[in-house]
Each structure stands twice: as structure tokens, then as C-alpha cells.
Design a protein around this ligand. Structure first.
Ligand code: ADP
Ligand code: MG
Length: 623
């Protein structure tokens, strides 16, 4: 049998580093927390090369004495936890005394620190956790830590690092989180010498949020409520400003950023029936609970929490947000409006009138004749998608439909010479032959179409059905997606890491019809978008794509293309709750009833649900 040996402190630190120090952003997170714990009111983060070669965090906090500075880098060295009794209370803050030791073990560190009372400060250098140099040094009160050459001695870990802009984006996310966690601290973040974030440190959450999100933050609704021994403060978005991903949901528990399925659920429950499927509320919420009612040490990086009284926490968030939303003006009418533009720039497209029912990209007639043409044309047909595009174009120009749409002729008709100059009247396509076996009964809730066929009743989700049909059509077109140049570029407010992941895939996005430009740390400019995407939906589409890319759901080109097509189709499809003309509904029903394999929308929701006469009779106790 092999002999059991105890791991050396260095190896133990490396293992801990694997848990705590995942990438530059995790280093910055730990250093920022320490600066805040040290009572700093001003904290500056500087980064070079995405943080891999150089991270510097400077604070004006309490500093350390020479001896403490040395001890700080030992494992389980902490000034914040002395006895086991402290554990319950202090575990709230996640003090483990592990961070500095872990960071030091995988980098080269220079520390410069001075307490306000002492005449001179201390300078310490470490390499892979070992002190290589220590001297007295003249320096201002507070602490400066420089972390160089991260993972220089753990090449395996280094391999997991992504591009500098990706890593820098993650760091920016981290700084933003800390700034929202501590509005009383003025944070500055400089990347390669350029300032990309600066908060005033006024102590007011709204000021911090404004520095980060800009004007968008002033559209949010304030939350301030107490529930038993929990307090909830912060901001939530109005239902109409819901976003296509959860990237803007920020929660703090006792001042620490956390991830918690419970908190997300409580938040989203407050928005139930107020926002559409696939949309998510945004928030910056601070929850304050008694220190011994929460455990943040579930995860070594301290981002996951466990609550002792889950029900109380849930209710606190749920009712707190619900109450704030109820008080907020203009709630009911907003649910089905397209999302407003995040930044002050004027909406680049004309606002559509509610009075005219329409398919977002085609009228029922256009749609009907188009689908008739598609059905009878040979497969696959790039021309089909071209027809969608030209139909949309023409519609935008609002010329008479008959003169502008160039639809592929059905085969048998194309054979009959001479081809008419003008396509036949559209009514022809709408005529439904006698032998059609189904009957459209009507529409429920402006959402579901009721159809009877023999002994069966079908409920068709009109949005899901239209979305699927558009998706299939776009997908059938194998050509590059054609794009429209925008006169006014569309600004998209996104998190830095979203922007980083999108710019990383710039070439691919271009092939798919998007031209993007970085514009500051939080804004991306869209100069060109796919032809079929309406400008109002473009910012949302970017957000959705970024979150898909980040989650790794679409790594390769074809799945990303599919994702874009999903988004385009989803945005272009008629929505539940909209008024739709009978002709349009009929055109949809025809497609659904005649295409066996139209079962689910591109997101997997069912398109059509069946209710048999037998089932219904059973309900009425007739059988
Ligand atoms: P923890 O924060 O869990 O105590 P760390 O390894 O992050 O563990 O830090 C170890 C100790 O070093 C802290 O408890 C604190 O006393 C000291 N320290 C770290 N950073 C600073 C700082 N910026 N200013 C003053 N003291 C610091
Ligand atoms: Mg710490």
C-alpha cells in the first residue's frame, strides 16, 4: 500500500486556488472585497492585457502593519474571524482567510501598505506564495496590491483563459457588481490606461446605478420594504422593460453579490402574467437578513447562498417587488408593447399603429400568396426567403402590394405562357377550396385559434405557429443573410462581458447580417442588422445572442445562425394578445393544418393542442 503523506502547504494552496481563483475577475473580486472590508472609500482597479499580466487594486483603507502584511498571505489568515463562535455571524461575509494565499500561490505579487498611524509603510514581494523581498517603504495610507503573471506556474489553468477582451469584460462585470454593492465607495476602473468606469461613492444606490447603466436606470422602480426580519431595497425594471436574458438581475445579500435560484424565482413570480414568455425582469436588489440566517460559504467563491428561512426570504422579495410594481404607474398597457429603446436615441423605425392588424413583416395577403407559392415551388428554395425579404421591403415602402411583390410562380402556372405582368389578384390565393376538412371557429383571448376538424378540436397558439413558419422559411434560405444599413446606429446597453463575447464573434455576426461597433464599456452600436429584424427588436436580439454565446449554447456557426433566425422569427411573428384579422388567422391555420410536422415553435413550445370530442363529452359526463 502506498504511504499516506500530508500535502505541502504549497500544494494545499494550489488546490484552494483552483477553487477561489478561476480567472482575473475572481482575483479582482477578492481584492475588492478586502479593500471594502478595510473601510476604503476610494478603490481603483487597473488592468493590463485582460488582467493576465497585471492587476493593480489601490485602496485608502486601514492598511496593514508589517507583521500582518506577512501573515495575510498565509492560508487561513484572517483578521475577521477569531473564534468558532464568530463563525455563524461572520460566515455571512464569507471570510475564510484563503483568498490572498490562493492568489499569491499562482502569481507574482507586490504589496504596498501603510496604516494611518505609522510613519512608514511596508513593501512585500512574493512569487508563487513565497516572500522574495520585504522592505520599509514610503507610501500613502491604505493598500496597493499588484498581481502579475497570473497562473504563470499553473499552465493547465492558463489554458482555460479566453481572450483579453473577454477576461477584461468579466473584470468589468465584477467591478460593476462591487460598485452596486457599495454605493458608499467610489470605484474607478481603468483598462490599459483608459478609464471605463467611475462611481461617485455618494452612498446612494441610484447614483452608482446611473454611473453603470446610464439613463436606463432612471426608468426603474424603487423598492423599499420590510418583511419580518428581512429588508429589501433597490430597483426593479418595469414589466415593459423586461429583457431577453437574466444578465441584468443583480442580487446582494448583506452587501455581497450572490446567485440564488430562490431570489430569482421570488423576483420573477412578482412579474407573473405581466411579461411575455422568454423575457426576464432586471433588478438591483439588496436583501438584508440577520447574519445568522444565511450561509454564504456554500461555494468557495461565496457567490451562492443558503437561507435558513427560505419562505420568509421568498415572501420578502416577492411581495416587496410586487408592491413596488403595483405602485408604479402605467403598468397594464405595457405588457405587449415592444421593448423601449434603452438609450435616449430616437427609435430608428416608425412606430406601428395599433389599429391596423398586421404580421410584423407581411400582411396576411402577402403571407398567404407567399406561402401558396412556397408550397408549390420545388425545395429547397433560396428564392422563397428572397421573397420574404422583398415582400418586407416593399411593405416598408408601402407601395401597393400587387405591383411590388415578386413571388415565385407555382410550377404549373409558370408553365402557362404568357406569364402575366402583374401577379393575379390576391383573393385567389385566399380562396379555400370546398373540400377543406377543417373549419376555423374563432379566436380566444387574441391568442389561440380554435379549429374543428371532424371529431377533433385544435387550439393553435398563433404566435408559436407564426414563429415556426417564419423560422422554417428563413432556414430554408442557405444564402448569406442580407442586412439593412441603419441611418442612425442603434445603441445597445449590455454588460461588458456580453459586449466582449459579441465582439469576439464579430466576423460571424457579420455573416449573419449584423455590423457592430464597440462604444464604451457598456454600449454596443449596431450599424447594420438582418433585413428581417425590425430595428426596435435588434437590441433585444443582441442581448439574447450574447447570453446564448456565453452559456455556450451556440458555439458553431450553424447553431448560431439558427439562434439568430429564431430570434428574428420570434421578433417578427405576430404576438399573443395582438388583434389579428380573420384572413391572417385563416392563413396561419391553413399552414398548421396542412403541415404535419409543424408541432413546436423554435423554442420547443407546442403550436397546436388537440381536444377530442370524446374528451369533451367526458367532461360533461355524457359518456
Ligand atoms: P479574508 O478576507 O477572508 O480575511 P484574505 O485572504 O482575503 O482573507 O485576507 C487576509 C487578511 O489580510 C484579511 O483578513 C485582512 O486582515 C488583510 N487584508 C487583505 N487585504 C487588505 C486590504 N486591502 N487592506 C487591509 N487589510 C487587508
Ligand atoms: Mg478576503
Amino acid at each position: 500500500m502506498a504511504k499516506i503523506i500530508q500535502l505541502s502547504p504549497h500544494i494545499a494552496n494550489l488546490i484552494a486556488a483552483g477553487e477561489v481563483v478561476e480567472r482575473p475577475a475572481s482575483v479582482v473580486k477578492e481584492l475588492l472585497e478586502n479593500a471594502v472590508d478595510a473601510g476604503a472609500t476610494q478603490v481603483t482597479v487597473e488592468l493590463r492585457d485582460g488582467g493576465m499580466t497585471f492587476i493593480r487594486v489601490t485602496d485608502n483603507g486601514c492598511g496593514m502593519q508589517a507583521e500582518d502584511a506577512r501573515t495575510a498571505f498565509l492560508r487561513h489568515a484572517t483578521s475577521k474571524l477569531r473564534a468558532a463562535e464568530d463563525l455563524a455571524a461572520i460566515s455571512t461575509m464569507g471570510f475564510r482567510g484563503e483568498a490572498l494565499a490562493a492568489i499569491a500561490s499562482v502569481s507574482r505579487i507586490d504589496l504596498l501598505t501603510k496604516t494611518p498611524g505609522s510613519v512608514c509603510g511596508t513593501s512585500i514581494s512574493l512569487e508563487a506564495g513565497n516572500i522574495t523581498d520585504e522592505t520599509e517603504a514610503g507610501c500613502p495610507d491604505g493598500t496597493t496590491i499588484i498581481v502579475r503573471d497570473l497562473f504563470f506556474n499553473t499552465p493547465a489553468r492558463m489554458k482555460f483563459m479566453k481572450t483579453d477582451s473577454y477576461e477584461a469584460g468579466k473584470v468589468a462585470d465584477t467591478v460593476q457588481l462591487q460598485a452596486l454593492a457599495h454605493p458608499e465607495v467610489a470605484f474607478r476602473f481603468l483598462r490599459d490606461g483608459k478609464e471605463v468606469l467611475s462611481t461617485p461613492g455618494s452612498g446612494n444606490l441610484q447614483d452608482a446605478a446611473y454611473s453603470i447603466y446610464g439613463r436606463e436606470s432612471s426608468r426603474m422602480v424603487a423598492v423599499d420594504s420590510t418583511w419580518e426580519n428581512c429588508r429589501l431595497t433597490g430597483f426593479v425594471c418595469k414589466p415593459s422593460d423586461a429583457r431577453p436574458s437574466r444578465s441584468r438581475q443583480v442580487f446582494f445579500v448583506n452587501g455581497r453579490p450572490v446567485r440564488s435560484a430562490l431570489l430569482i424565482k421570488a423576483l420573477e413570480e412578482a412579474y407573473r402574467n405581466q411579461i411575455m414568455v422568454g423575457k426576464f425582469p432586471a433588478c438591483v436588489l439588496h436583501l438584508t437578513v440577520p447574519a445568522n440566517a444565511v450561509d454564504v460559504n456554500v461555494h468557495p467563491a461565496k457567490t451562492e447562498v443558503k437561507f435558513l428561512q427560505e419562505k420568509v426570504v421568498f415572501d420578502c422579495v416577492h411581495y416587496g417587488v410586487l408592491g413596488a410594481l403595483n405602485k408604479a404607474p402605467d403598468r397594464p398597457e405595457m405588457a405587449f408593447k415592444p421593448a423601449a429603446h434603452p438609450v435616449s436615441a430616437p427609435a430608428p423605425a416608425p412606430v406601428k399603429s395599433e389599429s391596423k392588424p398586421f404580421f410584423r413583416t407581411m400582411t396576411a395577403k402577402e403571407y398567404q400568396s407567399f406561402s401558396a407559392a412556397v408550397k408549390s415551388a420545388p425545395q429547397p428554395k433560396p428564392a422563397a426567403a428572397t421573397a420574404v425579404v422583398s415582400a418586407i421591403n416593399e411593405r416598408r415602402d408601402s407601395l401597393p402590394i400587387q405591383e411590388t411583390i415578386q413571388l415565385p410562380k407555382p410550377l404549373e402556372k409558370a408553365a402557362i405562357p404568357p406569364a402575366p405582368m402583374i401577379p393575379e389578384p390576391q383573393q385567389q390565393a385566399l380562396e379555400i377550396p370546398e373540400e377543406i376538412p377543417w373549419r376555423m371557429v374563432g379566436e380566444l383571448y387574441n391568442s389561440y385559434i380554435l379549429v374543428q376538424q371532424g371529431e377533433d378540436a385544435f387550439f393553435i397558439d398563433k404566435h408559436a405557429a407564426h414563429e415556426r413558419i417564419l423560422f422554417e422559411k428563413l432556414k430554408a434560405n442557405q444564402e448569406a443573410i442580407s442586412s439593412q444599413a441603419l441611418l442612425t446606429p442603434i445603441p445597445c446597453q449590455l454588460t461588458p462581458s456580453s459586449i466582449a463575447v459579441l465582439t469576439e464573434h464579430r466576423a460571424l455576426l457579420e455573416e449573419l447580417g449584423f455590423e457592430i461597433d464597440e462604444f464604451g464599456e457598456n454600449t454596443l452600436l449596431l450599424r447594420q442588422i438582418p433585413m428581417d429584424l425590425s430595428p426596435e427588436d435588434a437590441a433585444d436580439a443582441m442581448d439574447a445572442l450574447a447570453s446564448d454565446l456565453q452559456s455556450g449554447r451556440c458555439e458553431d456557426k450553424s447553431s448560431m445562425r439558427d439562434e439568430i433566425l429564431h430570434t428574428v422569427a420570434c421578433k417578427a411573428a405576430i404576438k399573443a394578445g395582438w388583434r389579428t384579422s380573420e384572413e391572417e388567422l385563416l392563413a396561419l391555420v391553413k399552414q398548421v393544418m396542412e403541415t404535419e410536422d409543424l408541432k413546436h415553435c423554435p423554442h420547443g413550445r407546442p403550436i397546436c393542442i388537440l381536444l377530442s370530442k370524446k374528451q369533451l363529452e367526458k367532461q360533461f359526463k355524457r359518456t
